[in-house]
Design a protein around this ligand. Structure first.
Ligand SMILES: Nc1ncnc2c1ncn2[C@@H]1O[C@H](COP(=O)(O)OP(=O)(O)OP(=O)(O)O)[C@@H](O)[C@H]1O
Ligand SMILES: [Mg+2]
Length: 281
């Protein structure tokens, strides 16, 4: 029990520490903007843990008293065991969820904080991203079709590009093929990379439910989300655009499509440090 309390406490401290660290770092506006969402996300499972734990403490006290006074029957003890099993399971799941959230937030923060221009093969990077999202994309992962020359090399910020694709892929799964719509099973994603006028053009498409025209102009706005109630913070595309423009010296636009979504990305095949907006750093 005290172990779990200690874990909760440690997680809460970790959030505060990360927050402070990020706020201290100049120029990391996009991560700063991430913090309220992450805090909110992490607070939900932690709140469940705190409630569950208080419940367990009360139950324990009651059983202890019944034992002391000789009122504890076998049935009462069995009931107590049952609720212990149930509540500790809940505690475990919620603590794991909180830990995962912190972990992914750290990964995002690390990726974004570290500007690292290097030469890499685009095909390899995209395959790694798709595979790393296996937990998220689950049954859709085999449905990602990648059209990209295996030898195509970029000299760019691989971390930033990874973040952009993470956000696009997660959006396709969460919004395009969401469980509740009938498209979930037929979901397909296609990524086509090609050189165009000395630049790289990437077309990202999914065949999900698409984005209605009335909201299309807002999807890149920070905090714009159609899933506020179910964990959306509305930062995914805002961050993707910021990274495309400021870190990759490129662009991302949403194009009208007859079905699903279509994003067109452009970026130079080679970026150098000087061309990157480090926000005064
Ligand atoms: N592939 C998609 N299919 C359908 N709708 C989409 C897709 N991608 C984005 N959207 C719409 O654009 C909105 C904004 O996306 P964005 O990634 O910025 O925020 P979010 O996914 O709601 O939250 P977050 O990314 O912060 O968890 C979404 O809420 C959704 O309505
Ligand atoms: Mg998103």
């Amino acid at each position: 029990m005290t172990d779990q309390e200690a874990q909760i406490h440690a997680l809460q401290e970790e959030i505060t520490r990360l927050h402070e660290q990020l706020v201290e770092q100049e120029g990391l506006a996009s991560i700063g903007a991430l913090v309220p969402g992450v805090t909110h996300e992490v607070n939900t499972p932690l709140g469940v843990c705190v409630t569950s734990l208080s419940f367990l403490i009360d139950e324990l006290k009651e059983v202890d008293e019944q034992f002391q006074s000789g009122e504890l029957t076998e049935q009462l003890l069995r009931d107590y065991f049952d609720s212990c099993h149930e509540v500790t399971g809940l505690l475990r799941n919620n603590l794991q969820r909180a830990a995962r959230l912190i972990h992914s937030f750290k990964a995002v923060a690390a990726n974004q904080a570290l500007i690292e221009i290097r030469e890499f093969k685009l095909h390899e990077l995209l395959v790694d991203i798709i595979n790393s999202l296996r937990h998220e994309t689950k049954r859709y992962v085999d449905k990602v079709e990648l059209v990209c020359d295996a030898e195509l090399k970029l000299t760019s910020d691989a971390g930033a590009l990874t973040q952009v694709f993470n956000n696009l892929l997660i959006n396709s799964v969460r919004h395009g093929f969401a469980e509740e719509n009938s498209l979930a099973e037929q979901g397909k994603i296609k990524i086509v990379c090609q050189k165009q006028d000395g630049q790289l053009q990437i077309i990202y498409r999914d065949n999900g439910k698409g984005i209605p025209e009335v909201i299309a102009e807002h999807v890149f706005d920070p905090y714009f989300t159609t899933r506020r109630g179910s964990g959306g913070t509305g930062l995914g595309l805002a961050i993707a655009r910021e990274l495309m423009e400021k870190r990759l010296s490129g662009s991302i636009v949403l194009q009208p499509a007859s079905s699903g979504v279509q994003f067109i990305l452009h970026l130079p095949l080679s970026t150098n440090d000087e061309s990157i907006d480090k926000k005064g750093k």
